[in-house]
Write a protein that binds this ligand. Structure first.
Ligand SMILES: NC(=O)c1ccc[n+]([C@@H]2O[C@H](COP(=O)([O-])OP(=O)(O)OC[C@H]3O[C@@H](n4cnc5c(N)ncnc54)[C@H](OP(=O)(O)O)[C@@H]3O)[C@@H](O)[C@H]2O)c1
Length: 299
């Protein structure tokens, strides 16, 4: 097992289930103290208890947070900041796919709010702890879905037009997800540049295709039933388990081979090429400025 994490503090968002859960278990198995952040209280406490039952001393805690709520993220960051003077790993993993257009408590569409705004704000607020914990790593979970879709529309960042007024739409969910994952990459590459030389690295991860987690459970119709054989075959061959999907999360968070590497996109535990659109420096700065404004962080 590479990457001794004894004495390190790691925070994993969406750590209650799926690949976040696998990542939390793996980091704790390497000796890290793990903060599991999620809005799934039952699964979150179960994951915490599983980790603690395997360790000789309590290594995990569960912190409830709705990452789509900016107030909740601020409350979480204040609580973590008060209790942990330093943090070595932040894994921005929580994500959703939802064909129903839902709004966060602040009125932002949920893909944007959860995948991008909440993680942007959480990361900014935890920078003092990450600086104190340096060398530290920020790992942002993106997706190959960043390649497939309409790209960002600065006149429709809140994803109103793509639903076209429909009550639900799988196509809109894919488009909103694609945009949210592009945002994850713009944020990763911009932040990596801003933090160069600080001792904090920032990288993005693609876990692979159709990893068999509950993230697709809200899809309907042909997308839902079409996914069943894909998942069944993948599981049979061991190709799309959350354990396999989370390998790159764990590699980028913990492996000594990744020490000092920053501003990269990883897939299958190797540096991969993100789409040229995701590397556009003008768009990523524009998105940064807009996000800093709406999250109240300032330039
Ligand atoms: N599965 C794939 O094929 C795949 C492929 C590429 C990238 N990814 C990315 O990998 C990451 C992990 O996905 P996964 O497949 O492991 O998903 P998952 O099993 O659904 O786990 C995600 C966790 O995040 C939680 N979450 C969602 N919204 C939240 C919010 N607003 N506040 C707090 N917690 C929230 C979820 O709770 P609920 O379940 O209650 O929503 C769930 O516990 C995501 O960023 C996803 O986009 C997944």
């Amino acid at each position: 097992m590479d990457g001794d994490m004894q004495g390190k503090v790691c925070l994993v968002t969406g750590g209650a289930r799926g690949m976040g859960r696998v990542t939390a278990l793996a980091l704790a198995a390497r000796g890290a103290r793990v903060i599991i952040v999620d809005w799934e209280g039952e699964e979150g406490t179960r994951t915490r208890d599983l980790i603690n039952s395997r360790a000789s001393r309590p290594l995990a805690e569960f912190a409830w947070c709705d990452l789509s709520s900016l107030a909740d993220v601020r409350r979480l960051a204040a609580d973590i900041g008060a209790r942990y003077p330093s943090l070595q790993v932040l894994v921005n993993n929580a994500g959703i796919t939802d064909p129903v257009r839902r709004l966060s408590p602040d009125g932002w569409e949920m893909h944007l709010a959860t995948c991008h705004l909440g993680h942007f704000l959480l990361t900014q607020l935890l920078l003092p702890q990450l600086r104190a914990g340096a060398p530290a790593r920020i790992v942002c979970i993106a997706s190959e879905a960043h390649r497939v879709g309409p790209g960002l529309d600065f006149d429709d960042l809140n994803n109103e037009k793509i639903w076209k007024g429909a009550a639900f739409s799988n196509g809109a969910a894919f488009a909103a997800y694609h945009r949210a994952k592009l945002c994850n990459l713009y944020f990763t590459f911009e932040l990596a540049g801003r933090l160069r030389g600080s001792g904090i690295t920032v990288n993005a991860v693609s876990p692979g295709y159709f990893v068999n987690t509950s993230i697709y459970r809200n899809l309907r119709g042909v997308f839902r039933w079409g996914a069943v054989p894909v998942f069944a075959l993948g599981s049979l061959l061991g190709l799309n388990t959350p354990e396999r999907g989370a390998r790159t999360h764990i590699h980028v968070a913990a492996s000594p081979a990744v020490e000092g590497v920053t501003g990269e996109y990883f897939a299958s535990c190797r540096v991969a090429q993100a789409s040229p659109v995701a590397r556009d420096p003008v768009i990523r700065r524009r998105l940064w400025d807009w996000t800093a404004g709406v999250t109240g962080i300032g330039a």
